[in-house]
Design a binder for this molecule. Structure first.
Ligand code: AGP
Length: 611
């Protein structure tokens, strides 16, 4: 979950690397650093604790100059977020290295190196790799071979970028378990954790595969070797999302921009997937129809917000496609003795496609007797996409804000398409399918209407800024929406928030309710509305202040201590998508009022590529 950039160019690379780091800050932002080789084979390094802006200040006072370099923005795993632990790490004056991931056997390697007289300047696992490369180089006198020898000794996950003062026009990269792409320039070549980092210099990328090692050298030369050391060629792909995602435009934060992009990206996710007769099953891949018709149950595995999307899908898949569904967080699933009933389809959900636990769960599932695997993912070329049998791409475009917003609603949109595809193949309730398809067509418009309620939602946020706790309630498919609302509030405003199925309130959490505990409830006009209303009365009777997001047709009495916001009517099936929006906006405004770092909340990173 750190960000790596590297370059071998004809020009000075400092600004390219720095811009790349700024664009990668979503991956981690507790320290940053850069190492550049000058024209006289000398290595120069600058590092700073804190965000990339702190490194930029250092570079302003003492610039680095040279055409070859590597840079890094860190999310601390081993060692505190200090300058000493910031990457690049060096071995002597010759080797510099940047690393994303975890070297699991670093302690034994460190001991071995220490016994040979190597000294360590940091608390990181990465520094051992720098020393190992330096040691190998003494005998091989070749950076590529040295790194290949070292990789054979590493356990764990990594994306690496390495330079050596004796090869001033070379950057070597390697990936196993962490993403790494090569940017193809004109007579120059680049390396990064994410294409986004390099869009200012190229839109052509090579997505390295597991075990690949790459040598970038003078004149834009790119040589790739697979895990066995064989030279291989990998396709060059053009990046299609454009570069708009990397700027905030007129918005104050990426999160707000991404919330407002939802009508457009939901529409893009639907595009080409609905025909005159409902969902186009073939849009899931040629094998989809046969796989879906054989599926007797579904296992969904994901993390965080993506897991919440999976929880909503369970309600949909059982209700509309009549297929038994289990949902589980990936970090639990991967260590469980899972019983796989015959005919089970394995589904992963991930914005990034690089979440370590989700990827490990997929690999674990591939060793079991599943029917096949489907990935619903937002990043083409990501590990999850490449390793799954079928993929359904969400079209959210790059999501920069650490708090997931548009990725979640596009996942829900894709999951509803998946539900309808299964329902169609299994011949379930065609009239109901047709109604939901109609609802999907008008969904982007409904979403726009909800976004217009932003000023009213902002007005509600003042009631939360001084509070320390909040409770979110929902029933049925809106319980996961309540969970997602609570996650949004806690991750960006640092207010402790919990979510409960409203019917559980009386079994314990009601004891927490008083005037200091705002209670937020989503109340679409569905079959559970009357039961939800009773639960809300339970809160009111204890003096709790209620914030209710309700369907425009729902009759809920206005009363003191009850704040109500009406949402446009929508088909019950699609209400979870619509009711997510006010909760995103509410969290956003509370965080702004509290003055927290909305796009880069403390202790978090966008892409969790470590276990
Ligand atoms: C939520 O706002 C977070 N960004 C986080 O929970 C995220 O959903 C989780 O880390 C999974 O990420 P993925 O979708 O990229 O796999």
């Amino acid at each position: 979950m750190c960000g790596i950039v590297g370059a071998v160019a004809q020009r000075n690379v400092q600004e390219i690397l720095l811009e790349g780091l700024k664009r990668l800050e979503y991956r981690g932002y507790d320290s940053a650093g850069m190492a550049v080789l000058d024209g006289r084979s000398r290595l120069h390094r600058q590092r700073a604790a804190g965000k990339v802006a702190a490194l930029a200040d250092c570079l302003e006072s003492v610039p680095l100059a040279g055409g070859t370099g590597i840079a890094h923005t860190r999310w601390a795993t081993h060692g505190r977020p200090t300058e000493r632990n910031a990457h690049p790490h060096q071995s002597g004056e010759d080797v510099a290295i940047v690393h994303n991931g975890i070297i699991e056997n670093y302690e034994s390697l460190k001991q071995e190196l220490a016994e040979q007289g190597y000294t360590f300047a940091s608390e990181t696992d990465t520094e051992v790799v720098a020393h190992l490369v330096a040691r190998e180089y003494e005998s091989t006198q070749d950076l590529l071979t040295s790194l290949q020898h070292v990789l054979a000794r590493l356990h764990g996950a990594y994306a690496l970028g390495v330079v050596h003062a004796s090869e001033p026009k070379v950057v070597i990269g390697a990936r196993k378990g962490s993403p790494l792409v090569v940017g193809v320039g004109i007579e120059e070549a680049f390396l990064a954790s994410d294409p986004l980092a390099l869009l200012q210099v190229t839109d052509r990328f090579i997505y390295l595969r597991e075990g690949d090692v790459v040598r970038l050298s003078e004149g834009g030369r790119i040589e790739i070797f697979d895990a066995q050391g064989q030279a291989v060629s990998r396709p060059v792909q053009t990046y299609e999302h454009g570069d708009g995602a990397s700027s905030k435009g007129d918005y104050r934060h990426f999160m707000l921009k991404e919330i407002h992009e939802q009508p457009k990206v939901i529409e893009a996710t639907l595009e080409g997937r609905i025909g005159d007769n409902g969902v186009l099953v073939k849009s899931f891949g040629i094998e989809a129809e046969s796989l879906f018709s054989r599926a007797k149950q579904i296992h969904i595995v994901a993390c965080g917000t993506s897991y919440h999307a999976g929880m909503v899908a369970r309600y949909w898949l059982e209700r509309y496609a009549g297929i038994p569904t289990q949902v589980e967080v990936a970090s639990e699933y991967r260590y469980r003795r899972v019983v796989v009933p015959e005919g089970t389809l394995f589904v992963t959900l991930s914005q990034s496609g690089e979440t370590a636990d989700t990827l490990a769960a997929l690999r674990f599932a591939q060793e079991r007797d599943y029917l096949g695997s489907l990935a619903i993912c937002n990043v083409p070329g990501s590990s999850l996409v490449r390793e799954s049998d079928l993929t359904l791409m969400t079209q959210a475009g790059p999501e920069i804000g650490v708090a997931s917003t548009k990725a979640f609603t596009t996942q829900l949109t894709a999951l509803m398409l998946f539900t309808l595809a299964l329902a169609k193949v299994r011949g379930q309730e065609p009239e109901r399918q047709a109604q939901i398809v109609e609802g999907l067509r008008s969904l982007p418009e409904r979403v726009k209407e909800v976004l217009r309620l932003d000023p009213q939602i902002e007005a509600l946020s003042a009631a939360f800024a001084e509070k320390h706790h909040a409770l979110f309630l929902g029933r049925g498919s809106h319980f996961p929406i309540a969970l997602e609302g609570a996650l949004k509030l806690k991750e960006i405003s640092y207010i402790h928030a919990e979510a409960y199925p409203a019917g559980e309130l009386k079994h314990g959490p009601l004891a927490l309710v008083d005037s200091e505990m705002p209670v937020i409830s989503v109340a679409p006009n569905d079959e559970l509305l009357d039961k939800l209303k009773s639960n809300l009365q339970e809160v009111r009777a204890r003096g709790g202040e209620l914030f209710v997001f309700a369907d425009e047709n729902v009759a809920i009495e206005r009363a003191e201590g009850v704040h109500m916001l009406r949402l446009p009517h929508i088909d019950d099936a699609l209400a979870p998508i619509l009711y997510t929006l006010p909760l995103q906006l509410l969290s956003y405004h509370v965080a702004v009022l509290k003055g927290t770092d909305v796009d880069q909340p403390r202790n978090l990173a966008k892409s969790v590529t470590v276990e």
